[in-house]
Design a protein around this ligand. Structure first.
Ligand code: SAH
Length: 226
């Protein structure tokens, strides 16, 4: 009986995920086959607290603990498509929150290193990623504005929180031809999802992708209450 119920639940989840991809994402112009496939595969409700699970496939951001949010599915897709992740890419995510974006990036690339400043969120996200069998995500507790503690270079850096400027250390951790996606602007107001590409000669080219609203990127050096 339990088995039948669970399989009904997972069929419903798959149906809702497919509808989310068709109605909210593909119809708005996201056409990367890999991104659309990953979003059909990763169950978003797993990354939410039970009381918000019903909102998993709504066209909006959803609250997670510590006053944070899991981003709107369309914006997640936009960010992933703009990052143009390939199978051999090493990815750094700053602000892993629920772990949803990290799980998607892990499907697209080789390895994801992720940092989150709230320890409670780290613990929950780790157990969710383990539950889904995401073995190529290394999630750590810390301040992502200081970059990945072990150093190294990443092909893609995804900053999931808004900042007035790009933290300098992140630029130094971007490999040649690497792409960095970050919401830039007023952390409490208008922000633009911006893509920085590091050219072979070390110069950065930036491109505005879309107007967005993310929670603030909080540096340990300038503490905030949230
Ligand atoms: N991509 C996440 C979105 C989480 S919201 C998801 O899929 O759920 C952004 C997250 O950034 C929040 O959890 C917040 O705690 C975290 N954050 C903000 N500033 C940070 C910093 N300096 N270092 C690490 N995480 C940070």
């Amino acid at each position: 009986m339990r088995g039948i119920k669970e399989s009904r639940r997972s069929r419903r989840s798959r149906f809702l995920r497919d509808a989310m991809v068709d109605v909210q994402i593909a119809s708005r112009g996201i056409c990367s086959r890999q991104v659309l496939l990953a979003m059909r595969q990763v169950p978003r409700e797993v990354f939410l607290d039970r009381r918000f699970a019903e909102a998993a496939y709504e066209d909006s951001a959803v609250p997670i603990p510590k006053g944070q949010t899991i981003s709107q599915p369309y914006i997640v897709a936009r960010m992933l498509e703009a990052a143009a992740i390939t199978k051999s890419d090493r990815i750094l995510e700053i602000g892993a929150g629920s772990g949803y974006l990290a799980a998607l990036a892990a499907k697209l690339g080789r390895e994801v290193c992720a940092i989150e400043r709230h320890e409670t969120l780290v613990r929950r996200a780790r157990s969710r990623l383990r539950h889904l069998g995401c073995l190529n995500v290394d999630l750590r507790h810390g301040d992502g504005t200081a970059g990945w503690p072990q150093g190294g270079e990443f092909d893609v850096i995804l900053v999931s929180a808004a900042s007035a400027q790009v933290p300098v250390i992140l630029k130094t951790q971007l490999a040649p031809s690497g792409r960095l996606l970050i919401p830039l602007g007023d952390p409490d107001g208008v922000q633009w999802l911006t893509k920085l590409t590091r050219k072979a000669d070390g110069q950065f080219v930036d491109e505005r992708i879309e107007e967005v609203r993310f929670v603030p990127l909080v540096s340990a050096k300038e503490p905030r209450t949230s």
